[in-house]
Write a protein that binds this ligand. Structure first.
Ligand code: URA
Length: 443
């Protein structure tokens, strides 16, 4: 077989055979197929797409390129949750302990922030002493004893995706539906859980800008999961505005803790309850409505927060800082209050730009190797739909120096569209996608 023929086949709109896909994944992983041929195939896939069978085949070949986590030694159903990425999305920090506090085990591998999106590992590492760099045996032990652990991806998990993702990042082929679906699902399948819940973000801060594109991505990932015997459900949730009011690592941990105390913002609390309810449903804890109530109960009785503290301690962190996040977790930084310069309504927020403003303040990375400032970020006082009077506080920015505040302010102000009229109320939930079909929840 020649790589030239595989590229030509896809370029001309053909359906690749399992053998052709395996030839590509094996050859690219081993270094026999060079970057220029792999990028040509990615571009052909970008334009021609892939069938469900091709996407599933690509996914499973990527899974086979490295190690697979074996959670079979841990009793009970193991569930996993994955967000496609957004701004202010700290749901894992609240959802994982809520679910684990009800005895459902959650073995979660998360990522770091890149670009405008934040990453769960960066958020957790703002807790003094906490490590997400935990070996497989200790990971399994924490999941068995505490019920939940959140760690970084182990060394040799889906190496084909690591290589391919880096290539896509520099060849304008990231936002291809079959390539995103296979990239995410290969990592979820290799991470070993029995049931997978996907939070597919949609809107100006997400990869998928429209509900239709988000549903198409969700359908593809659900079909891959079912194809390999892992029950998979996807919720399409809104990322047309940041989730909650805090953007930035320690600030987001603090907001997740407030949510577990029952004092979180309404939108964040509702998304956490919906995700936790769906995970409990997948784990067989009852009807969906009953599972939502169970999840709310773990916030009201404080058991979700107690479980988060247990997990933090097991991963080496100082859990006592969570009792007083404002003074012990978020370190003092210079701050700047941004105020409305006119009356009106906050008509829309370019959420990607809000994320970029947080990166400009020091909370994220421009390049993978950059250091981050865990205490930098943004606390929003107004969000899409709110009415404004000139002089109202819009947001407070936190950074290490005035230059960073200047740049953060410039990017953030650009993200806001203030008009006389209010926008239509944006829905928080758009759809639920499972093997039974698509249920619209925004109608
Ligand atoms: N997240 C991933 O892991 N892969 C993609 O391709 C896009 C988002």
């Amino acid at each position: 077989m020649r790589m030239y023929d595989v590229i030509e086949h896809k370029r001309n709109g053909g359906e690749l055979s399992d053998e052709e896909i395996r030839f590509f994944v094996d050859g690219y992983s081993s270094g026999e197929i060079p970057d220029y041929q792999a990028s040509a195939l990615c571009m052909a896939i970008y334009y021609q797409g892939m069938t469900e069978r091709e996407t599933a085949s690509l996914t499973m070949d990527m899974v086979r390129s490295g190690d697979v986590v074996d959670l079979s030694g841990i009793d009970g159903v193991k569930v996993d949750k994955h967000s496609t990425g957004g701004v202010g999305d700290k749901t894992s920090l609240a959802v994982a302990p809520i679910v684990a506090s009800l005895g459902v085990r959650m073995a979660k591998m998360s990522g770091r922030g890149l670009g405008h999106t934040g990453g769960t590992l960066d958020k957790l590492e703002s807790i003094p002493g906490l490590s997400c760099d935990i070996d497989g045996a200790r990971f399994e032990e924490i999941v068995r004893t505490v019920g939940v652990a959140i760690v970084g991806q182990t060394g040799n998990l889906v190496p084909a995706d690591k290589k391919l993702y880096a290539l896509r990042d520099v060849t304008a082929t990231v936002d291809s539906l079959p390539l995103i679906a296979s990239s995410i699902m290969s990592k979820k399948i290799a991470a070993g859980s029995d049931k997978i819940l996907l939070d597919v973000k949609c809107g100006s801060g997400a990869f998928m800008k429209t509900v239709d594109d988000a549903i198409a991505l969700a359908k593809s990932m659900v079909s891959i999961g079912e194809h390999v015997g892992r029950t998979t459900v996807a919720l399409i949730t809104d990322m047309g505005r940041p989730l909650g009011n805090c953007i930035g690592n320690a600030l987001e941990v603090s907001e997740a803790v407030a949510t577990l105390r029952g004092e979180g913002p309404r939108d964040l609390t509702d998304v956490c309850v919906e995700l936790a309810g769906n995970l409990l449903f997948l784990a067989g804890r009852g009807e969906l409505d009953a599972c939502r109530l169970l999840a709310r109960g773990q916030i009201a009785n404080g058991e979700g927060l107690a479980k988060l503290k247990e997990m933090v301690a097991a991963q080496g962190g100082d859990a006592s800082v969570l009792d007083d996040c404002a003074s012990r977790l978020v370190e003092p930084r210079l701050s700047r209050e941004l105020r409305a310069t006119r009356d009106g309504h906050l008509f829309s927020m370019d959420t990607e730009r809000c994320g970029m403003a947080s990166v400009a303040l020091g909370a994220g990375r421009a390049r993978k190797e950059d250091a981050i400032d865990h205490s930098a970020g943004i606390v929003l006082a107004k969000k899409t739909g709110d009415s404004l009077v000139e002089g109202d506080l819009l947001a407070t920015l936190f950074a290490a120096d005035e230059g960073l505040l200047d740049e953060g302010e410039r990017v953030f102000r650009d993200a806001l569209d203030i008009r006389d009229e209010p926008p239509a109320a944006p829905p928080l939930f758009h759809a639920r996608v499972s093997c039974e079909g698509v249920e619209r929840t925004d109608a």
